[in-house]
Design a protein around this ligand. Structure first.
Ligand code: NDP
Length: 271
């Protein structure tokens, strides 16, 4: 059987094996998909051992997305633009790398949340790897203006500088209270993982604002609680994005697109 895996550190908590097995069951494909613990130092050796052992496809998560890009013989344009890879496919020339995070976010926004970013004002919090993927996807989806705020302001400026200045700009965190409430706020910071609350003015969200946290579970709670308190129309976590980016990887590996709805429902305890 061909082997698949997700690499990262920590990785024991990963939902990816469960998601890929559910897709495989649905499509009648036996999927051997495991979680492999690897940090930056051990990643190259672990990936080589995986390939020798029949590994043909892999996901990579924190802290390996940049390291994975460096291991690829070829990468897609969207992975090059984001500067990171979350999906690997073994080819004759070596590893082919892709970034499915951005398309995963768009699919969840459009299909599960009923939100089309075309023409929308968007505030993006964060400027790390996931924020980059979100920024390129939202710009490509036709967001009218992308405002980027990050704890380290220079990184927000650098990311905004990759886009047409008419369509994107950086905002200092301290100046967020002067920003009009956008239609979409995306939290792409990892602050919630350390229990950190973001210092955000409540006037940032209006009854027309969708607040979306890329993280899920306990890590998303502080931002979602802020969004509810601020009167946002809707506040959702990134579980749907996780399922959608996994479906994109599954389609790349197995040439079959699974139905994500039952997997969404099962993960949310509604299946
Ligand atoms: P990175 O480490 O690349 O970036 C982290 C970002 O968070 C940086 O912008 C950093 O700011 C900011 N940050 C960290 N701590 C704080 C804090 N205490 N206060 C304010 N800002 C902070 O991480 P990723 O971009 O890879 O991941 C970001 C989040 O997205 C994670 O929660 C991850 O789980 C989630 N994610 C979800 C996915 C999904 O499928 N749902 C897919 C990918 C990621 P600074 O630049 O100043 O350090």
């Amino acid at each position: 059987m061909q082997r698949y895996a997700v690499f990262g550190q920590p990785i024991a908590h990963s939902l990816s094996p469960r998601i890929h097995r559910a897709f495989g069951d649905q499509c009648g494909i036996g999927v051997d998909y495991r979680a492999i613990e690897a940090g930056i130092d051990g990643f190259e050796v672990a990936l080589e051992a995986f390939a020798r052992d029949g590994g043909v496809g892999a996901n990579v998560t924190l802290p390996l997305k940049q390291a994975a890009l460096a291991r690829c013989a070829e990468v897609t344009g969207r992975a090059r633009a984001c500067g990171s890879v979350n999906t690997l496919l073994r080819s004759e020339s070596g590893w082919h790398g892709d970034s499915t995070d951005g398309v995963g976010l768009l699919r969840d926004l459009r299909q599960q949340q009923g939100f089309d970013p075309a023409g929308a004002e968007v505030l993006l919090l964060g400027a790390g790897g996931a924020a980059r993927a979100a920024a390129f996807a939202l710009a490509e989806a036709g967001a009218r203006r992308l405002t980027i705020a990050n704890r380290t302001h220079e990184r927000a400026q650098a990311l905004a500088g990759q886009f047409d200045p008419e369509r994107a700009g950086a905002c200092a965190w301290a100046a967020l209270d002067r920003l009009a409430a956008p239609r979409l706020i995306v939290n792409a910071t990892s602050a919630g993982h350390i229990g950190g609350e973001l210092d955000l003015p409540t006037a940032l969200a209006s009854p027309h604002t969708l607040c979306y946290d890329l993280s899920y579970g306990a890590a998303a709670r502080p931002f979602l609680a802020w969004a509810h308190a601020a009167g946002a129309r809707q506040a959702v976590d990134g579980l749907g994005m996780l399922v959608e980016q996994a479906a994109e990887a599954f389609a790349l590996w197995h040439a079959r697109r699974p139905d994500t709805a039952p997997v969404h429902a099962a993960l949310r305890g509604r299946g």
